[in-house]
Design a protein around this ligand. Structure first.
Ligand code: CP
Length: 309
């Protein structure tokens, strides 16, 4: 199979295992290319892509922009803070105005869950979800599983624990779908107040003891506490969270095996993760960021091949 089963990338839930494997094989090729002296291919010279960010981002925004430029697409960037959205323009009007400038594809980050799917139903462009509120962050989950495959040889059969603020995390939900489709066993660890109700329906078990979770897993994917999405306090204090659920060198040294440590970024150093682990050989955090460019090149390339020209 050389085509994705979807017209847009809105969620991992909508992808098949074959789609994910196709994205990985395509990303393998792009990773080889971007590690050569000439990092650019002329593949998407006739495509224009708009990056619409209605929420802050460092990694995802720059990674998409670089992926688009490596594919030779024309790129325009939009940030809601300096736009006419501030004057009350609707999302559909904003995007339709951008599309009338002959844009083919929209990459969008938005604070509201479902915003990317809403857009895909209401405008005539190919949409890539770059994170919609606490719903999904599909390219993050793809690059996370791709990085596990690269580090451990395969994803199938691996035990992955996702630690921390699962309730507010789009990264967690996309990772559950991606890891389960690829045959990994996934569990979570953190305070019960930060666990969503849907975990049972996905068959995801919950550790409350971080040492037990770390002893079980091959890979620990550690999430940021998303204070900006919390309307009440879900635990007594950040200091106590760090004491009970923080990952540090002492904890990793107490395990009987080596585990791989991941984090989607941005890191709250000293809260969910100590610097001596974040910057250690256990950590593949910067490999995740590197792989993000190849994964996004693959997604854009595969979706662009479906554009009617
Ligand atoms: N991982 C991630 O989405 O990071 P940014 O918010 O910086 O894009």
């Amino acid at each position: 199979m050389s085509k994705l089963s979807v017209e847009h990338l809105l969620s991992i839930k909508n992808l098949t295992k074959k789609d994910i494997e196709l994205i990985f094989r395509t990303a393998d090729n792009f990773k080889r290319i971007i590690n050569q002296p000439i990092k650019k291919v002329p593949t998407l010279r006739d495509i224009t892509i708009a990056n619409l960010f209605f929420e802050n981002s460092t990694r995802t925004r720059l990674s998409f922009e670089l992926a688009e430029k490596r594919l030779s697409a024309d790129v325009i960037n939009f940030s809601s803070a300096s736009s006419s959205v501030k004057k009350g323009e609707t999302l559909i009007d904003t995007v339709n105005n951008i599309l009338s400038m002959k844009v083919d594809m929209v990459v969008m980050r938005h604070p509201n869950p479902g915003a990317a799917e809403f857009l895909s139903r209401n405008v005539d462009a190919l949409i890539i979800n770059a994170g919609d509120g606490a719903h999904e962050h599909p390219t993050q989950a793809l690059l996370d599983s791709f990085s596990i495959r690269e580090k451990l040889g395969k994803v199938k059969g691996k035990k992955v624990v996702i630690i921390g603020d699962i309730l507010h995390s789009r990264v967690a939900l996309s990772n559950f779908h991606c890891l389960q489709k690829l045959g990994a066993e996934v569990r979570v660890c953190g305070p019960s107040t930060l666990m969503p109700k849907y975990l049972d329906s996905l068959g995801v078990k919950h550790f409350t003891d971080i040492k037990e979770a770390m002893s079980w897993c091959d890979v620990a994917n550690i999430l940021r506490i998303q204070l900006e999405r919390q309307d009440v306090n879900y635990f007594p204090s950040l200091r106590e969270y760090a004491m009970v659920y923080g990952t540090n060198k002492e904890l990793l040294d107490s395990l009987e095996k080596e585990i791989v440590v991941m984090h989607p970024g941005p890191i709250n150093r000293g809260v969910e993760l100590s610097s001596d682990v974040a910057d250690s050989d256990h950590s593949i955090i910067l490999d995740q960021v590197e792989n993000g460019v190849a994964i996004r090149m693959a997604v854009i390339y595969l979706l662009a091949s479906k554009l009617k020209k």
